[in-house]
Write a protein that binds this ligand. Structure first.
Ligand SMILES: [Zn+2]
Ligand SMILES: [Zn+2]
Length: 349
């Protein structure tokens, strides 16, 4: 088994070769075929999330290197534990990685991704920047036929995160404008899903104009540069007072403020991105505009089943991918950090 592993926060990934894992109990071993590269993998390697003003979420205790990142995993079942049922060697599956303790009320309520003692693959347990992954139970494995494996893996985070966020928008009427902020991997998934869930093409705010062709291809309506002079005012004017809902796939101070400012009265901002920073919020403005601000973190196992059913039906256009070898995991993270990636990078193991 080969893995590209974090040995120490802030240091480059190291290639490690070990014996192939053996499954115990209900465990299933997946021979990884493809694993997507996500912005969270960068935060994981750094060992913290930036909250702005010098504040940080320290990952030392929850992650505890050595740790293999990678949570967008698809591959083939190669070994099955003695207690694992309804799974067969040779099955090709995408893995739901947002695993909880399985015991608490939140997990039993079907919201494992919100468990206070998470066991997420590629975060709290070893993930898919490797040739093999240990999945604790077959219920986290989902069929992806007839999709290509490289396409299927990105539904586990970028697809699911976008789906989970868009599901939090309620009561969007026909013709109610929706704004998507940021067209990285998750934002592009969001645009494609918004077309399917809501119909009319969403507005998209993306400062990097070299991404605009992909944004349009994904199904965007108006594409705007949020950093341009008067961008917010002109959006408010064209939409007759602002958008009904905005989804911030960036999560920076600037993108959050832009999303909040773009809302019309009674609008909803869903905050999804983890870029970092802190933005000032005026409590009186929340009242006067009667807006709702919601945070959204990935999605539940049942969301993932819904999303995969949608994807397998052919309803969603394929995601633009850059496929690279597993040994390029560190350069892939470096390119993502530097903003050089268009679409989603997927490692082929
Ligand atoms: Zn992710
Ligand atoms: Zn739990």
């Amino acid at each position: 088994m080969i893995s590209q592993r974090i040995e120490q926060f802030g240091r480059p990934l190291a290639q490690v070769i070990r014996d192939d894992p053996l499954p115990r109990g209900t465990e299933v071993i997946i021979r990884v075929g493809h694993c997507g590269v996500c912005h969270s993998d960068i935060h994981l390697q750094d060992g913290h999330f930036d909250l702005g003003g010098g504040a940080r979420v320290d990952l030392t205790r929850s992650v505890a290197p050595p740790r293999t990142p990678g949570h967008e995993i698809a591959g083939t079942v190669v070994a099955i534990g003695p207690d694992a049922q309804n799974v067969q060697i040779g099955q090709q599956r995408v893995v739901y990685p947002w695993i909880g303790c399985g015991e608490c009320a939140i997990c039993r309520g079907g919201q494992e991704q919100m468990c206070p003692s998470p066991a997420a693959l590629g975060v709290n347990r070893d993930g898919g920047f490797a040739t093999h992954v240990v999945v604790p139970h077959p219920r986290y494995l989902i069929d992806f036929a007839p999709l290509a494996e490289a396409q299927a893996c990105v539904y586990a985070c970028s697809g699911l995160t976008a789906y989970g966020a868009l599901k939090k928008i309620r009561g969007l009427g026909a013709g109610d404008p929706l704004l998507i902020i940021g067209a990285g991997g998750v934002g592009l998934s969001g645009i494609r899903l918004a077309r399917h869930l809501f119909g009319p093409p969403p507005w998209v705010a993306e400062p990097d104009r070299t991404r605009w062709p992909l944004v349009r291809e994904a199904g965007a309506g108006e594409v705007i540069d949020p950093h341009a002079d008067g961008a917010l005012r002109s959006l408010q004017k064209t939409t007759l007072g602002g958008v009904a809902a905005a989804v911030d796939f960036v999560g920076s101070a600037a993108s959050f403020s832009f999303g909040l400012g773009a809302l019309r009265k009674g609008g909803t901002l869903v905050s999804v991105g983890l870029f970092g920073g802190a933005a000032p919020v005026s409590p009186a403005m929340l009242v006067l505009k009667a807006v709702t601000v919601i945070g959204s973190y990935v999605g539940s196992l049942s969301d993932m089943h819904e999303l995969m059913a949608l994807a397998r039906s052919g309803a969603l256009p394929p995601m633009p991918l850059n496929v690279r070898g597993l040994s390029h995991a560190q350069p892939a993270l470096d390119d993502l950090r530097a903003g050089r990636v268009h679409g989603r990078t997927v490692l082929s193991a």
